[in-house]
Design a protein. Structure first.
Ligand code: AMP
Length: 124
């Protein structure tokens, strides 16, 4: 699979489509999800051309990866969920229902999130 430079997140990164920015630096952008699944739902994405987590993990260097994951902790603090807790979701490919082929991490929180998967309501 080749990276599609016209996917919606690539266009948001280029400023062609508007978004609610939470954080931005030279390498990373974080925006509010347009259809939030919880009171806090931020999408954190590297600006580089990575299709998914797998692509990012294989191709990005250590420096890029380290910075990316550090930004997630910064965003968690900005959204004030670092103490109450949050969930990170990275959908890779068809079975995970990845709908935008530009790597992004969902940071979700602001309420108890229940079980790991839909229908899994076990208290944890
Ligand atoms: P995934 O299914 O993991 O690829 O997640 C894609 C996410 O992008 C979904 O949660 C969508 O609600 C979100 N999304 C799609 N278009 C936009 C947009 N224009 N601005 C913000 N979030 C979006």
């Amino acid at each position: 699979m080749t990276y599609d430079k016209n996917n919606i997140f690539a266009r948001i990164i280029r400023g062609e489509i508007s978004s609610k920015k939470i954080y931005e630096d030279e390498f990373v952008l974080a925006i509010e999800d347009i259809a939030p699944a919880a009171p806090v739902h931020v999408l954190i994405m590297p600006k580089g051309d990575f299709i998914s987590f797998d692509d990012f993990a294989v191709k990005a260097g250590t420096k890029t990866m380290t910075h990316f994951f550090q930004v997630i902790t910064i965003v968690a603090r900005m959204m004030k969920v670092d103490v109450s807790g949050y969930r990170l979701i990275m959908n890779h490919g068809h079975n995970a229902s990845q709908s935008v082929a530009h790597f992004h991490v969902h940071l979700i929180g602001g309420k108890p999130l229940g079980g790991l998967l839909p229908g899994d309501d076990k208290a944890r």
